[in-house]
Write a protein that binds this ligand. Structure first.
Ligand code: PEP
Ligand code: MN
Length: 261
């Protein structure tokens, strides 16, 4: 179902003003929802910079159980209210099918790299009529990513967006190695939209813009970038967060690279 042969026209996922797969899409926001003030501030700034969607995690799949785990259910209304006020639909990660009811007001459900092969979660999302942003597992091949998407599609949910976010290699200077080749490879193999998260690949704010621009040049349908109002104070992934000013500059550079309509 994910293959081009099954579906020659590109899948377009329409959410708010975004037509993901048809028009370039910018998703931005903090790694984690931390407060109402933080979310309102970031939402207003990323909207002004040209983003079409707001992100923010409330159920955080942290590597260490002692790291900040996200605000959980109380964070959801901080995200959705900030999005509503700024006029931005919202994206948030789901780590367990039992969170579906809590995440009812979220416009796009994200499956994180650590859950790309959580088959019970993928099957549950196949039953949902809402877009799913499926991130590539950190050690998953392109074929495995497409097979994971297949679980959701096979359940009847055809609104799947794929996301390259860097893979594990021997290189340690960046947090993960952004697989730029995966973009044209996926665009050839599948009709599903392909977006890129340069933030988790970079691990450091200074690497985010070059990776983002490389992804745009390679044909990505969009970007998802971590942005924080005060990166130095972030409760998760602060080192890779762009400030609102830095995101504003990046959005301008991205527009210069895009073919003008
Ligand atoms: C995230 O988007 O905050 C996240 C946890 O990303 P990944 O699953 O790609 O590590
Ligand atoms: Mn993060």
């Amino acid at each position: 179902l994910a293959g081009r042969a099954a579906h020659p026209d590109n899948t377009v996922v329409e959410v708010g003003d975004a037509r993901i797969g048809a028009e370039f899409c910018l998703i931005a926001g903090p790694c984690a929802v931390e407060s109402q003030v933080q979310m309102a501030g970031v939402a207003r700034r990323v909207k002004a910079a040209g983003a079409q969607l707001l992100r923010g995690g409330v159920f955080k799949p942290r590597t260490s159980p002692y790291s900040f785990q996200g605000l959980g259910q109380p964070g959801i209304s901080m995200l959705t209210e900030a999005g509503h006020e700024a006029g931005l639909p919202v994206v948030s990660e789901i780590t367990d099918p039992r969170q579906l009811e809590d995440l009812d007001q979220v416009d796009i459900l994200q499956v994180g790299a650590r859950n790309m092969q959580n088959f019970a979660l993928l099957q549950a999302l196949g039953q949902v009529r809402k877009p799913v942003l499926l991130k590539r597992g950190m050690s998953a091949t392109v074929t495995e990513l497409l097979q994971a998407a297949e679980y959701i599609l096979a359940g009847g949910n055809r609104q799947v967006i794929l996301c390259e976010r860097g893979i594990r290699t021997f290189e340690t200077d960046s947090r993960a190695t952004l697989d730029i080749a995966a973009i044209p490879v996926l665009k050839k193999l599948t009709h599903l939209p392909v977006i890129v998260d340069p933030s988790h690949a970079a691990g450091r704010a200074e690497l985010v813009a070059p990776l983002a621009l490389a992804a745009v040049a390679a044909g990505a349908d969009g970007l998802m970038v971590e942005v924080h109002d005060r990166p130095a104070c972030a409760l998760s992934d602060g080192a890779q967060a762009l400030s609102c000013d830095q995101f504003d500059r990046l959005a301008g550079q991205v527009r210069e690279l895009l073919p003008h309509a």
